[in-house]
Design a protein around this ligand. Structure first.
Ligand code: HAM
Length: 427
């Protein structure tokens, strides 16, 4: 890697996608778009910057994201702007701003794009990363949770992500959360616990005790292992909702594990939460995460509107695909490489490329004025199916040589490109 003058390297935690890698992304994105279409989800594209308050209120003031990870700046009009750390608040804002709920009671939306979190970069964790996600807004039924989990699974299967495991929990609705919060506060306030907590957890205990389950510090983990968990506080309604989700998944043959300590790092969740992890990844093993968020629309001053969704991390998925031996390049190789020999041929080349491309094939040529041998080498490297040899001699003869690269068969084709058809390049 080259060190750039003046320190103009890419920022820490960001990445450049060069053509071969971006071709893999484009290919994978096309697969996910097709899956989303099959499930009836329509794409939504929202701005990557939003008013800071949208995330403070939605993602949650006590979350790590809002406390430490947002890229927030003041713009020239003295407004506080944030580069979106996640897509759910934006999707809900757009849903409300366009009054989608007034048109139809339930909406299925999906998105794919960059997100920004100022986390400490490590393998699988970037500061600009990319997610695809889906939100089903308007249904309170457990069937909607199942639809979202099924969709999340289907995207991974369609992409060819081999092994993964689904982890499920219910964090209940307001009553259960309040009761659990009170129990957690009692526990965290005990002398033998409080004095051993890290500074972050002391802050969490005061603001939002549930967030202590986000802590990864060894000393806190031991204390957290003994903290009261949400499952003891679920109401009958929470429990029946969760039971229906579980039995539906079971009947669909979708295996899952329950983790009562999984709270997810965002404040808006109610009831079902889930993550899908890959055993192929290291510490950052979560491919996707999601859950129900029945209060978020209301929190943004909309009418009571239940919702459920998920988002997946593209970088992690592509890493798993690469490890699973997916072809490095999702794009098909070049169809025709045009080799030119002589001055007349040079002038004709642009017309020839245009004619081949107009037939729907990909076509390329040498742009360095190199000899035939070097051009053939370049054609080989490009993986071209055919090489078309256009020399001054061929032009004079009125016939070009078309060489099929896999069999080395050669045929003569008419030099008049207006006579070419798709069949010309399908011999
Ligand atoms: P999340 O769990 O914060 O959920 O992120 C979802 C996924 O994004 C993670 O599982 C991970 O694959 C990827 N991800 C998150 N942070 C990074 C990072 N710094 N670098 C690389 N990948 C990362 C959400 O964002 C919610 N909006 C999901 C949701 C949608 N819930 C309901 N609807």
């Amino acid at each position: 890697m080259r060190v750039m003058r003046d320190g103009f390297q890419k920022l820490l935690g960001t990445a450049d996608l060069l053509p071969e890698e971006s071709a893999r992304w484009t290919h994978a994105e096309a697969i996910v778009r097709a899956t989303m279409r099959r499930f009836g989800f329509g794409e939504i594209r929202t701005p990557i910057m939003e008013p800071t308050g949208l995330f403070e209120k939605g993602t949650g003031a006590s979350t790590d994201i809002v406390q430490k990870e947002m890229y927030t700046f003041t713009d020239r009009g003295d407004r506080s702007i944030t580069l979106r750390p996640e897509g759910t608040p934006s999707a809900v804002r757009a849903y409300l701003e366009a009054s989608l709920g007034a048109q139809r009671p339930a909406w299925k939306l999906f998105y794919s794009g960059p997100m920004f979190r100022a986390e400490r970069p490590q393998k699988g964790r970037l500061r600009q990363f990319h997610q695809y996600g889906a939100e089903l807004i308007g249904s309170a039924l457990p069937a909607a949770d199942v639809e979202i989990i099924t969709l999340a699974e289907a995207t991974l299967r369609d992409l060819g992500v081999g092994e993964f495991s689904l982890i499920l929990n219910s964090i209940g609705d307001a009553d259960a959360r309040n009761a659990h919060n009170a129990a957690l506060r009692d526990y965290l306030g005990r002398d033998d616990v409080r004095t051993k907590l890290c500074d972050d957890c002391i802050r969490r205990a005061a603001t939002n005790p549930l967030r202590i389950f986000d802590c990864k510090k060894e000393s806190c983990l031991r204390l957290i292992a003994r903290a009261p968990t949400i499952d003891g506080y679920l109401t009958d309604d929470d429990r029946s909702h969760f039971d229906t989700v579980r039995s539906s998944l079971k009947s669909l043959g979708i295996p899952y594990e329950i983790d009562v300590r999984m709270v997810r790092g965002l404040d808006y969740y109610t009831r079902t939460t889930f993550e899908i992890k890959s055993s192929r990844l290291g510490a950052q093993d979560s491919l996707l995460g999601g859950g129900r968020y029945d209060r978020l629309v209301e929190l943004y001053d909309g009418p009571p509107t239940p919702a459920v969704g998920f988002a997946a991390g593209w970088e992690r998925i592509l890493e798993v695909l690469e490890m699973a031996g997916a072809p490095p390049n999702g794009s098909p190789p070049l169809d025709v490489f045009v080799c030119t020999l002589g001055e007349q041929a040079q002038t004709r080349a642009a017309h020839i490329l245009a004619a081949i491309r107009a037939l729907g094939f990909s076509a390329d040529r040498d742009f360095l004025g190199r000899g035939l041998k070097a051009q053939m080498k370049e054609a080989d490297r490009s993986g071209a199916r055919y090489v078309l040899i256009v020399g001054d001699d061929e032009i004079a003869r009125g016939r070009f040589t078309l060489r099929r690269m896999d069999t080395s068969e050669q045929t003569d084709i008419d030099a008049d490109h207006t006579k070419w058809t798709q069949g010309t390049f399908a011999v």
